[in-house]
Each structure stands twice: as C-alpha cells, then as structure tokens.
Design a protein around this ligand. Sequence first.
Ligand code: PMP
Length: 435
Amino acid sequence: MSDPLLTDWSLEGTARRRDSYYAASQAKFVPFAEPIVFRKGRGQYLWDNEGRKYTDLLGMNVCISVGHSHPRVVAAATAQAQDLTHCTTMFHHPTPAHLAEELAARMPKGHDWVVHFTNSGAEAIDLAMTMARSYSGNLDLLALRTAYHGPTAAAQSVTGISGWRHPGMPGNVAFVAEPNQYRGIFGAGTDPYLDEIDRVIATATTGHLAGILIESVQGYGGIIEMPPGYLAGAADRVRAAGGLYIADEVQSGFGRTGAQFWGFEAGGVVPDIVVMAKGLGNGFPIGAVVAKRQVAAPMAEKFLFHTYGANPTSCAAARAVLAVIDEEGLQANAARVGAALLARLKDLQERHAVIGDVRGAGLMLAIEMVSDRATKTPDAKATAAIFEACRAQGLILSKSGPHQSVLRMVPPLCLSPADVDAVAEGLDAALAQAG
Ligand code: PMP
C-alpha cells in the first residue's frame, strides 16, 4: 500500500486539488497571476517547489518575525509537542503561564497587566471588543477607515475596507477618517483627524463609548503611520466618552517598527488593551489580549473558552520568539536595516515617477504607486505589474491598501544589509520593466 501521507509537490497537482476542493472563500486570495508553491523557508528566504530562491518581504503575512523555521523556535515547539502537544487551558501548564508573565513584562511599567491567549488575531480582536463593552457598559466602538482587524464577524465589523466586509456583521461601530498623511481626506496634520473623532462621537454614536481600535501602524491599509499626537489625542477623546483605547499590534508589534517594541509606544499612549498575534508565534498559531487587570476583571462573570488558547506548543514557540528577538538584537536590526531600505526606496522614488509615496519605519515599509504625482491617482495596474515583475526578480512583496496601489514590505526581522542591496536592485529592475 502506498504511503497515505505521500505529498504531491507539483504545481499542477496542488492547483487542481485547490480548485476542486477549496471553497470559494478560501480559494480567492491568491496574489500572483500564476500560482506559486513554496516548499522551504530559512531566515528571510523562501524556496519554491522547483528550488528557486526568493526574499520574503511579506514574512508570510507578517507571521515570520524571527526568520522562517528558526531552529530555536522549531526546537522549542517540537520538544513541547513531543511531551504534551495540547493541554487545554482549564488545566494548569507552566509554558503559557511563563509566556503570560513574559508578555506582561514587555508592557508599559506602572500598570498591572494580564493575558488571555487565543488562537488568532481576529479572536483576540473579538475578545478585546467584548472586554471593552463589558468593562465600560457601553456598546459603541470607533474604528478607523482602511483598518484591517480580521476575518471573524466581529473583527470584520471594525474593518474599514469594504472588500473584507461580508454580510452579517454586528453593529455599533462608527468609523473615523484614517489620518493618512499622504492622501487622507483632511490632508496632512493631526488636528483635523482628532476633530473628526469629536464629530463622529457627537453624531454617529450614543455619546457613550466602549472604545476605539487602532492599528498603531495600519498594515493592510497600506502602511499608514499615525501622525504625532494622534494616538494620545484619540485616547483622550475616547476616554472622555467612557471608552477604552485598544491597540492592535498584530502587525506592528515585536520590534518591527525598530525604534520601539510596540508600535503604540511611538504615540506616547498607554493602551487599556493590546491585541497581538502573527509574529508572536513565528508561524505557530497564537493570539493574545493583554489588558489592564481591572479592564479584564468583569469578564469573570461568565465563561469564555478558546479550545486551543494557551496551547503549550504554540506558547513554547512564542517564548522562544521573544528570547530570539532579544538574543539576536532583532529590534535594533529592524531599525538599522529598515532605515537603509527606506533610504533606498526614497532613491527609487526619485528615479521612478510611478512611486508617489514612500513611507514606514523599521521593517514595516511601503511604496505607493500613482498614475500622476499631482493628482495622486492610485495606480493598481502598475502596482500589479511591478508586483509580478518583482517575483521574477526573486522578491515576494504584498499588494495592499484600499486601492491595491501599495507594495508593502514586512519581512522577517533578520533581513540583512546585503538583502537591502538585492531588494533595491530587484525593485529597480521591476520598476524599469513594469513601472
Ligand atoms: N489585526 C491586524 C492588524 C491584522 O493584520 C490581522 C491579520 N492580517 C488581524 C488583526 C487578524 O489576525 P488573524 O488573521 O490571525 O485572525
């Protein structure tokens, strides 16, 4: 009898099985015109089924923080899986308990932080929304346009990009304009966007808030940084209306922005709830809500149980991730290598008219394509063509933004200075060919 686990690695076989057996909802999201099968990853690199090498500037959707298949992370998860793969959270296990202690220690000092583990970012967002509503006694939440917070119905309800919003979302969410300094509806600056929060509270809510959700740097929205004073100003306004400040660090956390470990730290704000996932597990599924103790306390009235939440295998991986970030100096590397890459992107902007904007910090960077720099008309067609040409240059990026006109770069934090040269040269060639 043949091995029942035999894997057919061919592109044709994989495509045929996907086409035959994946639901439309799962099959739809494919980035390239021609599909690609990845077989191996190491550090910041990927190899396809035919052995072609790529630099992974997408980090498998920002999940790969410390490098693909990092030996330390894989060893920690393997050791745990061999001993006890799963221990449901109703029983005591030291690995998630250690991880909770270690995450609390990464939070701003002077507050009493507690942790609830989930399996994904969206579950953590759901929980944060429920926590804020339970604590405040209010229902209304604010979210930002062009935000992305996840696929569950509740996370969709605070996602501000229509292409990710499906029928049946819960309500009680009002959106404020994102303070996009390049193409925001109020132009550049902070105050008009804070005035907008006041206006939306006064007109589109009951006036009594549960909270606001903000990605400290918007990810799928196209690497939208929050201008100086915005996070603190938003927190003040929402707290004055009875609500909490919820920081979504799913993409911007774990040292990715370089200058700080959490994106919100750049904004001088201490959140009431912090949501994290992705890079915490370096590919092992895990999410977490870290909240001030008093904010989490009212949830003790009822049960809330994520079957795999606090799974020790993922938690063992996450403990190793935190250790590796420190031991390998990856936050400092993100700052240093990110600054070098940003400078190269700015140089490309000077030579390629299609690049309307270059932005980001650390290893959370983007270029935005426009058909006309004066009108800033988003150019999705050029973006798609450059994206495909990058693949031929061995670069995997991400098409992002509400107009699909942004190429987002969120690589593993171990990207090296030599990679920066290769990325800049590959992008230059792709822009010359397709821009
Ligand atoms: N928040 C942000 C900022 C995200 O980018 C994502 C996922 N892309 C989520 C939440 C949801 O995380 P998950 O896909 O793990 O549910």
